[in-house]
Ligand binder design. Structure first.
Ligand code: GDP
Ligand code: MN
Ligand code: MN
Length: 253
């Protein structure tokens, strides 16, 4: 078996209003079944989701948390404004965002962003993936999948990895339940997080620094789906999420 991963070269520094689908199609000939992986940072820039701390006024809660961390309370306010629940406020700030993602600092990021600015996650990453994917489809006439990625830590391990935050025409989970193993045993629980695996592989080429490679393509996988798909297919429901339940207990101690 074989697959290829390569970057799309000549992507400029992205500014508000830039046409990411157009830039990809200008610099690369996409094919049917390609999975196009795009760093959320450039989508945020194109969507104009940059902001400055100067424009934020911090409230009491933000001031308290900021003091504990020794960080700018206006940054904490920005995180609180984007969150519907604070799961942990120290020594990390882990939240559920208003658009339903669980992440550190609501995904707000200042790396690879013009000095003085912060970048928000795209408001609705599935919708951004869909818009870019449909535009690429129109420009190229090909059936492609899109995965928007971000860099996230893992709960139990050191080290960050690329993960999927939005998908289009690819289901984030491959269900192995009911398939047989090498010895004929029926698999009972295995669900493979393929969108995160692909994001991790693409992140190997993107890197985290000044590489200037925010777009990668994986060719050779057969994962295109005609259905509408959503990254939320891989989020546990509140009832099933025992880790969040545990964190809520801790914060009451
Ligand atoms: P994130 O994982 O979405 O937060 O994005 P990163 O900040 O880790 O950047 C991923 C890759 O995209 C790195 O190779 C960056 O150098 C690159 N990158 C970020 N912004 C731009 C941009 O505006 N233009 C180009 N060409 N590359 C960018
Ligand atoms: Mn990021
Ligand atoms: Mn990154």
């Amino acid at each position: 078996m074989k697959m290829e991963i390569f970057t799309v070269d000549n992507v400029p520094l992205i500014k508000e209003g830039d046409d990411i689908a157009g830039i990809i199609c200008k610099n690369c000939e996409v094919m049917d079944n390609d999975v196009i992986i795009i760093a959320s940072t450039i989508v945020a820039k194109a969507e104009g989701r940059m902001f400055k701390l100067e424009d934020i006024e911090a409230g009491e809660d933000a001031a308290k948390i900021g003091k504990k961390h020794g960080i700018d309370e206006r940054f904490v306010q920005a995180v609180l404004d984007r969150s519907k629940e604070i799961l942990v406020d120290f020594p990390i700030i882990l939240v559920d965002t208003k658009n339903g993602h669980t992440c550190i600092k609501a995904g707000i990021d200042d790396s690879n962003v013009e000095n003085g600015f912060l970048a928000d996650l795209p408001e609705d990453p599935d919708a951004s993936a869909r818009d870019i994917g449909e535009d690429i489809g129109k420009l190229s006439g090909k059936k492609v999948s899109v995965i928007l990625t971000d860099t996230n830590g893992r709960a139990f391990k050191i080290g960050q990895t690329g993960i999927a935050i939005g998908v289009h025409r690819i289901h984030p989970i491959k269900n192995w339940i009911g398939e047989k193993d090498l010895f004929g045993k029926v698999l009972e629980v295995t669900e493979e997080a393929i969108a995160d695996e692909i994001a991790g592989a693409a992140n190997l080429l993107m890197g985290e620094g000044d590489g200037g490679c925010p777009v990668a393509i994986i060719r050779g996988l057969d994962l295109y789906s005609e259905d509408e798909t959503s990254v939320k297919e891989m989020y546990r429901s509140g009832r099933e999420d025992i880790i969040k339940k545990g964190l809520r207990c801790l914060s009451k101690v």
